[in-house]
Design a protein around this ligand. Structure first.
Ligand code: ADP
Ligand code: MG
Length: 310
């Protein structure tokens, strides 16, 4: 169990984290989401021990972890951190980068490195020097390296940001199933809902240095507490009381509105092709709404929209 109690943290310029309380059970994949500058990287740095909290405690399995002021070599041995700017040895091979912290005498050292290169789909590059790799390939090497010493906790800061979409899904599936198999806790800061929804069990939503929501990922998505939270996942519609048979204002995603025989009459203002469907932008009572449609629709046309209940 990774536990944070009443954490406060300030940079010289001002306070960056307020009243952070967290309990993360071993082996749980957790997403850390929120707008840029809300404190995600700061929180990961603090958990890893690169920063010193002003007050509060961080503990792992009931053992209090000292902050950065208390150790010479930053970081705690049971954790690994892949920061936004990862550091690799450029003039060394992919293979030796992944094995950097593994003893040369270790039994099965090569097998372990090869297993991890397969997790990140970099086996074919094992003898390449890191400086010859693309940003996304380096990112994958950094992830493999972070797993080499079998950490209990893995902290990832926007780990797939440089990786092409073509590879991203494969890598996500392979990495998260590896973490699950090894019971490694993973805290992943991201702004990509495709990292969050299919792969994490819990989601922490941050805003202005505070945690404003921490629930099961499914609940954070399906029952968002406010527009800000919902908009981190998708376009969000604010449905005023009485538009449908709703007595109170409610939030809904584009897939919850659809053309129907009765409902609100809206005017189509834009139509965006998204691959599997179209995102249709409409106006109703001077407010912009979005819904998804399998067909492309004509701009300027009026249609009736119904609400699909969750
Ligand atoms: P996020 O990762 O969510 O984008 P950060 O944790 O990087 O956010 O930043 C949180 C806040 O702290 C921002 O206001 C940012 O400007 C500030 N900040 C981040 N790093 C530093 C630093 N090294 N010194 C001073 N302020 C910083
Ligand atoms: Mg960041």
């Amino acid at each position: 169990m990774l536990q944070l109690k009443d954490i406060q943290f300030s940079y010289d310029q001002g306070k960056a984290l307020h009243d952070i309380n967290l309990n993360i059970p071993q082996g749980t994949p957790v997403a850390l989401i929120g707008e840029s500058g809300c404190g995600k990287s700061t929180l990961l740095n603090l958990i890893y021990g690169l920063l010193q909290e002003d007050s509060g405690t961080i503990s792992f399995n009931n053992l209090i972890l000292d902050g950065a002021d208390h150790h010479l070599v930053p970081g705690h041995p049971m954790m690994k951190y892949v920061p936004q700017e990862f550091d690799l040895m450029p003039f060394t091979t992919v293979f030796e980068n992944v094995g950097e912290h593994l003893s040369i005498q270790m039994d099965n050292r090569a097998d372990r490195i090869i297993e991890l290169l397969a997790v990140v789909d970099m086996s074919d590059f094992k003898d390449r020097k890191v400086k010859t790799l693309s940003g996304g390939q380096k990112q994958r090497v950094a992830i493999a390296k972070s797993l080499a010493q079998q950490p209990n906790v893995l902290l990832l800061d926007e780990p797939f940001s440089n990786i092409d979409n073509f590879r991203k899904n494969d890598l996500r599936r392979s990495l998260f199933s590896y973490l699950k198999k090894k019971n490694i806790t993973c805290l992943i800061a991201t702004h990509d809902k495709d990292d969050v929804l299919p792969f994490t069990e819990e989601t922490i939503i941050m805003r202005g240095g505070k945690i404003i929501d921490h629930r099961k990922t499914v609940d954070c998505y399906k029952k968002p507490l406010e527009v800000y939270s919902a908009s981190l996942f998708n376009e969000v519609n604010v449905i005023r009381a009485g538009w449908f048979d709703n007595k109170e204002e409610l939030l809904c995603y584009p897939e919850q509105l659809q053309i129907s025989k009765k409902g609100i009459e809206v005017t189509i203002t834009n139509c965006y092709f998204k691959g599997t469907d179209y995102l249709i932008e409409v106006t109703f009572q001077e407010q912009t709404l979005f819904f998804s449609s399998l067909q492309s629709l004509e701009i300027g046309k009026n249609v009736l929209l119904g609400l699909i209940k969750k």
